[in-house]
Design a protein around this ligand. Structure first.
Ligand SMILES: [Zn+2]
Ligand SMILES: [Zn+2]
Length: 295
């Protein structure tokens, strides 16, 4: 059995979000205010609807990303590091061909594409069959900072796409438009250094996890066992955790709970993949990427 662990390379954990709005589209705040809202983040992407907003002015955030939210009436898709000439003859029309062209252009420019808020059922959602038709996108926004469990959580669609045999990573982003939506969901990226290149490389490798306030110190493989070292300190160690290991089709493989700082799952070989969700007392959570299990 071979367990593919995306968390092998070590470096520094960096915190950031790729999907946020300004007054350049329907956000309530100008870029300089958004920078201040996220002042302590390590990286930030600005992804206005159908526009690439220029980064300019003072900020404390070390790394910023050009991004755009391709926003047809039917579905939305985030492109990070799109080429500037994307805007020439730009169309947000939702056809697989047009969206695929946008994905390809971002990927070919060294960036990546993420299908965002796939379950926002009242508008702008993704049909599973379209998610399976589109190729080369790197991931799915499984946790959108609007945080409404009826439509901004998409673990079901992630498991469905993963179970179809695709390798896609899960993202957490605020999609912030107004005060109160900031710092609800983010990505913790294990990068060699805080540069755009190192962060994108780590994202492509899957060396990151989604957080809403809790986290992992490490995710390791020992033999056939997946080991999750939960974020630990004197205070956290006294608090209750609830850990679930999920496999193919979202099947619950194992649950562990208690005032624990580690959880383990021994693979049998037929899981397809194993991903880990942990909730800390109070509701703070973290969600790992899948570790693919190859027989
Ligand atoms: Zn959107
Ligand atoms: Zn958005």
């Amino acid at each position: 059995m071979n367990i593919l662990n995306p968390y092998q390379l070590t470096g520094q954990w960096l915190r950031g979000s790729f999907h946020n709005h300004t007054t350049n589209s329907d956000g309530w705040f100008p870029l300089e205010t958004v920078y201040k809202m996220y002042a302590e983040y390590d990286f930030l992407g600005i992804s206005d609807h159908d526009k690439i907003t220029d980064h300019r002015g003072n900020r404390t955030i070390k790394t910023v990303f050009d991004a755009i939210e391709v926003s047809s009436k039917q579905t939305h898709m985030l492109l990070v590091n799109p080429p500037r000439d994307l805007m020439e003859n730009y169309s947000n029309a939702f056809t697989i061909e047009n969206y695929q062209r946008h994905v390809d252009r971002a990927v070919d420019n060294g960036g990546f594409a993420v299908l965002v808020h796939p379950n926002r059922y009242f508008s702008n959602f993704w049909e599973l069959e379209d998610m399976l038709k589109l190729e080369r996108y790197i991931g799915i926004e499984v946790y959108n900072g609007d945080g409404n469990p009826e439509y901004d959580i998409a673990f079901d669609k992630w498991d469905a796409v993963l179970s179809s045999g695709r390798k896609v990573w899960g993202f957490g982003n605020d999609d912030s438009h107004v005060y109160g939506q900031e710092k609800r969901a983010w990505n913790m990226v294990m990068a060699s250094e805080n540069t755009p290149e190192a962060i994108i490389e780590a994202i492509k490798d899957g060396n990151f996890y989604v957080s809403t306030g809790y986290g992992f110190d490490a995710i390791r493989v020992e033999g056939d066992t997946v080991v999750a070292d939960l974020r630990s300190n004197d205070l956290l160690d006294k608090m209750y955790k609830y850990v679930t290991f999920f496999g193919k089709n979202g099947e619950v493989l194992q649950e562990s709970s208690g005032r624990i700082k580690q959880a383990k799952y021994e693979c049998k070989g037929d899981e397809g993949y194993v991903r880990i969700a942990v909730y800390l007392e109070g509701g703070y959570s973290a969600f790992s990427q899948p570790l693919f299990v190859v027989k």
